[in-house]
Ligand binder design. Structure first.
Ligand SMILES: [Zn+2]
Length: 154
């Protein structure tokens, strides 16, 4: 019965189906890697976690509301989860993986879902520059001529 209820609308499945339809091939729930990433794209050296907003403590998210009772218990539990996520992420990075997090709220909502998936795809497939924070893609390029670099090394 649980198998029927919402199986195909799970955020993780939506992400998988989308990436597959865009031609990406991946492995799922790889237990050998820290944190059992939901989606692993060896070719892009990228792992993706599709995070439930509650369990992974998505701050400021409307899906992240602590239950009214046992607040301290839940607070501690979520805190532990978040700390574990960070540990896993650091471990993965040190193994040379790029870590991308997708929040269920971005996928659950129909509004904006397409854009979110599109930018996820772009993020995965855009060329990687070693040692560069890929978030700087919009930074204007320096205007200096190239030969200004590598000269005058006192
Ligand atoms: Zn969220």
């Amino acid at each position: 019965m649980a198998a029927i209820k919402g199986k195909d609308t799970k955020p993780e499945m939506i992400v998988r189906r989308y990436l597959f339809s865009r031609g990406l091939r991946f492995r799922v729930q790889v237990r050998k890697l820290p944190g059992n990433p939901d989606i692993v794209l060896p070719r892009y050296r990228t792992v993706i976690f599709v995070n439930g907003c509650f369990w992974h403590g998505h701050e400021g998210c409307r899906y992240f509301r602590l239950p009214k009772s046992n607040i301290e218990f839940w607070e501690q539990k979520i805190k532990n989860n978040v700390a574990r996520d960070i540990r896993n992420e650091n471990e993965l990075k040190s193994l040379g993986w790029r870590v991308i997090r997708v929040w269920e709220c971005d996928i659950k909502r129909v509004v904006g879902r397409e854009e979110c998936l599109q930018s996820l795809y772009d993020n995965i497939t855009k060329p990687q520059t070693e040692g560069y924070d890929t978030n700087y893609e919009n930074t204007p390029l320096a205007a200096e001529p190239e030969n200004m670099y590598g000269q005058n090394n006192d």
